[in-house]
Design a binder for this molecule. Structure first.
Ligand code: NAI
Ligand code: MG
Length: 490
């Protein structure tokens, strides 16, 4: 049975999920959750303080023993069953996510819930891949390695794709035999809580616990808790650095998925229509550009620059911004007043030095009059060195930069603090190959820009982070350690 998002919010109000049950926080504290498309307060989420974090971590520790000693294939089987259940509830999860994030239901939330369930399904099949090796050390010795779980994983996620981020952390951690305490983002606590609740009808109690609260109170308490053996985080570079610093005192492993300023290089020989569609999806305009891989620097060959700009404007003008729940809507609202102000500030900074091409139209619906809607802006006339091309905006703002020399375009693409994703658009194989080798990024695609795909390692270099996600290697390298064993039979 699926429930309406409003009924779900009522039930999930002011609750944490610890030991398989929805519980009120010991802190007795809560914080408002807002629908950014209307600015209505939709409910109050529980704010976990130190005692709540401690209870969640202790509960996960108690569940650790039985979970790690369960056959790996059986753990995988349970995670696969979670995938089926989450898929059955995809529609209700998508609606709940749209309600609390303002992301358009058809173009964003429904797409994300599918990838999210697939990610659980992918990892669910990998239980028997937690293999070690034998080492040819001596005929009279048996020397081998085995993979063991790390223990209790603390996962901290952002609000832009809450379910996807949850799956990238929880699925590999669980299949590898770890138990988990996950902290949702302040802006989007309910969807993750509902998903965790559904999973807890399948998983043994205490294996997956969910807490909500802010960064300094809840997040820091989780990172610093002595019972946490590994932290995995997605969010800003600044918070990533704070977490890294706090973790350094505990000597435990950490995975950090941070920001990006991803370049897209468009050569003169491309199929223009295809590349323009690629630019629109790469920039995640349907998500108001709130993506760490957003193609926020588009380097277009000078000879097709004007045509490319016009075609982008035309397509963006045809996209409908409006009520995120309406299936006709292509683009919803941005997440919060803070992000809204940040994006508008960057648009002003850009306008001072370049030309702003503002596209699409703000919604006219009276019930959305207070909503946080931002029109997509394409900037021209700004060099790559400009602040707008160097800093992550996390909004529907991108810069188009003309080029004539391919090597120079690559040099500028690499002239960035970030190195998450990059795309090259060309039918010239030689150039494409040169580009994929030269670009400083963890994920490089030619003539397409797919989102995170279960099976393909995803993660950045430079300030974009540490470690990989979404693949078998990610599970092995980031959620297990290798134990070396020697039997001497001489
Ligand atoms: P943030 O990095 O502050 O928050 C992400 C998560 O970290 C949230 O769950 C938050 O509660 C938690 N957190 C914050 N401080 C913490 C601390 N000291 N210890 C432990 N956990 C902590 O990101 P925020 O404020 O939501 O967005 C700010 C900017 O970050 C955005 O404008 C965007 O540029 C970037 N960002 C990047 C994302 C990505 O996917 N790489 C996702 C979200 C934001
Ligand atoms: Mg913050």
């Amino acid at each position: 049975m699926t429930s309406s998002p409003y009924d779900l919010v009522k039930r999930l109000n002011n609750k944490l999920l610890i030991g398989g049950k929805l519980v009120a926080p010991l802190s007795k504290k809560s914080f408002p959750v807002i629908n950014p498309a209307t600015m209505d307060v939709i409910g109050e989420a529980a704010e976990a303080h130190e005692a709540d974090v401690d209870l969640a971590v202790q509960t996960a520790r108690k569940a650790q023993h039985d979970w790690r000693h369960m056959d790996a294939a059986k753990r995988g089987h349970l995670v696969s069953k979670c995938a089926d259940l989450l898929e059955e509830h995809a529609d209700e999860l998508a609606r709940l996510m749209t309600l609390e994030t303002g992301k358009a239901l058809r173009t964003e939330s429904q797409v994300e819930t599918k990838i999210f369930a697939n990610c659980f399904r992918f990892y669910g099949g990998l239980g028997l891949e937690l293999k070690g090796e034998t080492v040819p050390y001596s005929d009279t010795m048996l020397t081998l390695t085995i993979r063991e779980p790390l223990g209790v994983v603390g996962a901290i996620i952002a609000w832009n794709v809450p379910l996807l981020l949850m799956s990238l952390k929880v699925a590999p951690a669980l299949v590898a035999g770890n138990t988990v305490v996950i902290k949702s983002a302040e802006e989007a606590p309910y969807t993750v809580l509902r998903a965790a609740e559904l999973m807890n009808t399948i998983l043994p109690p205490g294996v997956l616990n969910m807490i909500s609260g802010d960064g300094p109170t809840t997040g820091e308490a989780l990172v610093k808790h002595p019972g946490i053996d590994k932290v995995t985080f997605t969010g800003s570079v600044e918070t990533g650095k704070t977490i890294y610093k706090n973790i350094s005192q505990k000597l435990i492993p950490v995975t950090l998925e941070l920001g990006g300023k991803s370049p897209m290089i468009v050569c003169e020989d491309v199929d223009l229509e295809k590349a323009v569609d690629g630019a629109l999806t790469s920039m995640r305009f349907t998500r108001q550009g709130q993506s760490c891989t957003a193609a926020s620097r588009i380097f277009v060959h000078e000879s097709i620059f004007d045509r490319f700009l016009e075609a982008m404007k035309k397509k963006l003008n045809g996209m409908k911004m409006g009520d995120p729940m309406d299936p006709e809507t292509d683009i919803g609202s941005v997440i919060s007043e803070g992000q809204y102000a940040k994006i508008l500030k960057y648009i002003e900074i850009g306008k001072a030095d370049g030309t702003a091409h503002t596209c699409s139209a703000l919604p006219t619906d009276a019930k959305l009059s207070k909503g946080l809607f931002v029109q997509p802006v394409l900037f021209t006339g700004l060099p790559n060195s400009h602040q707008l091309c160097q800093e992550e905006i996390f909004g529907p703002v991108t810069a188009l930069i003309p080029w004539t020399d391919f090597d120079e375009a690559i040099r500028q693409a690499n002239d960035s603090e970030y190195g998450l994703a990059a795309t090259i658009w060309t039918n010239n194989l030689k150039r494409a190959l040169k580009g994929v080798h030269a670009l400083e990024a963890g994920f490089v695609q030619v003539n397409q820009n797919v989102v995170v795909q279960p099976g393909l390692s995803y993660g950045g270099v430079k300030s974009s982070g540490l470690g990989k996600e979404a693949s078998l290697e990610a599970m092995l390298e980031h959620f297990t350690h290798k134990k070396t064993i020697i039997f001497n039979m001489k």
